[in-house]
Design a binder for this molecule. Structure first.
Ligand code: PRP
Length: 212
């Protein structure tokens, strides 16, 4: 029996390495330096697949991967069907925010009940946030570089992840509302958790001890 772990490259992969090491798992390659999508590890019974961050829940949901690591942002948009989420790993931390151009009085626009155009990749998160606040919005779906939208008149504001704040600053935008803190979680295929319990449970336990 063997298991497959779905990871995305970049911050999640880098910050997952110490957790994997705690479980005795060392990937054979770093996806930053290789185009390979299937990566072996020091353990014959553990493999890694490299997928887009937003695709990690889908691979795990359908059992193409047994476990994965995905941001809360991605999990909210996916919906979480078929996924067991035993651990907040507290890695790849950032925040989901509303941001607008410097000089745009967001609070005043909300107060007078203006209808706002919001560009975002995170439609569900944005819809829920503005509905809860009673703000009228037209959501425009984008797939990246959301910061551009208010600069060229496509939107009044954006909903996006902010980490250092450098991207907002470089584009003359400011955070006007924080929606929620974001971190990455371990997700497990519910069927695999039963069938592959003997391999998965020690890994989950090792992760649990490592994040304490
Ligand atoms: C994220 C996010 C912002 C940026 C924020 O994009 O969408 O653009 O990081 O980080 P900062 O506050 O440290 O500048 P990412 O680089 O993950 O790429 P994406 O546009 O594909 O999501």
């Amino acid at each position: 029996m063997s298991i497959t772990i779905a990871l995305s490259k970049g911050r999640i992969f880098d910050e997952t390495l110490p957790l994997l090491a705690a479980a005795g798992i060392v990937p054979a390659e770093n996806p930053e330096h290789s185009r390979k999508l299937i990566i072996g590890t020091n353990r014959a019974d553990v493999g890694v697949v490299i997928v887009r961050a937003s695709d990690v829940p889908t691979y795990v949901q359908y059992g193409a991967a047994d476990i994965g690591i995905a941001g809360k942002d991605v999990l909210i948009e996916h919906g979480g069907a078929g996924l067991y989420q035993p651990l907040d790993l507290n890695i790849a931390r950032c925040r989901m925010c509303v941001a607008a151009p410097v000089g745009f009085d967001y609070a005043a626009a909300v107060k007078r009940g203006a209808r706002l155009r919001i560009a975002t990749k995170y439609l569900l998160t944005a819809r829920e946030h503005f509905a809860a606040k009673g703000v009228h919005v037209d959501l425009i779906k984008l797939y990246g570089s959301m910061e551009l939208a208010p600069l060229v008149g496509l939107a009044d504001a954006i909903v996006d992840l902010v980490s250092s704040g450098n991207t907002l600053k470089a584009n003359n935008l400011v955070e006007v509302e924080q929606i929620m803190p974001i971190s990455s979680r371990l997700i497990v295929n519910q069927a695999a958790l039963k069938v592959k319990h003997d391999i998965l449970q020690p890994i989950i336990e090792a992760f649990k001890s490592a994040i304490k």
